[in-house]
Design a protein around this ligand. Structure first.
Ligand code: CP
Length: 313
């Protein structure tokens, strides 16, 4: 069993409830992963994913091995049939098979290039590991999705849900750098599987992949979208159509206390890291409405339920 996207969750509500139970008794299955090794391969930076996935593995009795592949590994060739007489030292075909001999599970973080849309949509590195590895593969954020984050988001929303059907808003916010679409994509796919009134809000030009958004409503007036919301999930992303470009940094889209006042005392969510007073004002992030720290805490239990399912498969 692989965990490459949230499509690999066969029973979303069951996994969320099981993760909440694991949170209450994290060491209950500490023998499940005994003498099993997980290799965590990072082609990009991380704080939460790196530590929470190790913590989840340790809670299950697994031994984590971490490698910063981007800076410490050989440069990997991804194309088949290439004459490897340039900078790439090792083909991913050998690398994936060799790592499979050292590890019982391989987890990979490999972000979008944001320069080559076609290659990014193919999730080149993750897909190659899924093809050539001989052990289960876990996505720790690929060019297209961040399913461990989306599962943590679902756990956090379950813990904070109102008594009524919630209104959930995914809001774009400004950021000085071009950021990938992965977190927004997986959050949208997760919300499409939830009982909720879900709306996306962003400036014109920041439309996400139509194959992900499907028929989810998009409201270009952020303040209108916020009315009566129970959850505000904020994330920046770069343009999908003008691929990887920052086409606007409109400061008016920052999440402020005035905007949160239009909601139904909504909980504020963000996957972190977040730039204060660019994406969200201090007054929101430091308020009781912000649940970002608990959301990050739930990364452990989303990883733990995924690893438990893999170990039990
Ligand atoms: N949210 C998240 O994936 O955080 P890191 O990039 O720090 O792992």
């Amino acid at each position: 069993m692989n965990y490459l996207s949230i499509k690999d969750i066969d029973d979303l509500s069951g996994w969320v409830q099981e993760a909440i139970a694991l949170k209450k008794d994290p060491l209950k299955y500490q023998d499940l992963g005994k003498n099993k090794t997980i290799g965590l391969l990072f082609f990009n930076n991380s704080l939460r994913t790196r530590l929470s996935t190790q913590k989840a593995a340790l809670n299950l009795g697994m031994d984590p091995i971490v490698m910063n592949f981007g800076s410490e590994g050989w440069a990997l060739e991804l194309e088949d049939g290439t004459v490897m007489d340039q900078g790439k030292s090792e083909h991913i075909k050998e690398a994936a098979q060799v790592i499979s001999q050292f590890c019982d599970v391989i987890a990979i973080r490999a972000f979008a290039s944001l320069t080559d849309k076609e290659k990014d949509l193919k999730e080149e590195i993750l897909s190659a590991f899924a093809r050539y590895a001989t052990v289960p593969v876990v996505n720790m954020e690929s060019s297209v999705g961040h399913p461990l984050q989306a599962l943590a988001d679902a756990i956090t929303m379950e813990e904070n849900k109102p008594a009524h059907r919630p209104k959930v808003v995914l809001s774009w916010a400004p950021h000085p750098k071009a950021l990938p679409h992965a977190v927004a994509n997986s959050f949208i796919e997760m919300m499409q599987r939830q009982e909720a009134d879900f709306v996306i809000t962003h400036p014109e030009g920041y439309e996400l992949d139509p194959d992900v958004v499907k028929d989810t409503p998009v409201e270009y007036d952020q303040e209108l979208a916020f009315e009566n919301a129970d959850f505000i999930y904020t994330k920046n992303w770069s343009s999908f159509n003008d691929y990887g470009k920052v086409i606007s940094q409109d400061k008016n889209w920052m999440i402020t206390g005035d905007k949160m006042a239009k909601t139904n005392q909504a909980k504020f969510m963000h996957c972190l890291p977040v730039r204060r007073n660019v994406v969200v004002a201090d007054e929101v992030l430091d308020s009781d409405q912000s649940i970002v720290i608990e959301q990050a805490n739930n990364r452990t239990y989303s990883a733990q339920i995924v690893l438990k399912k893999i170990l039990e498969a």
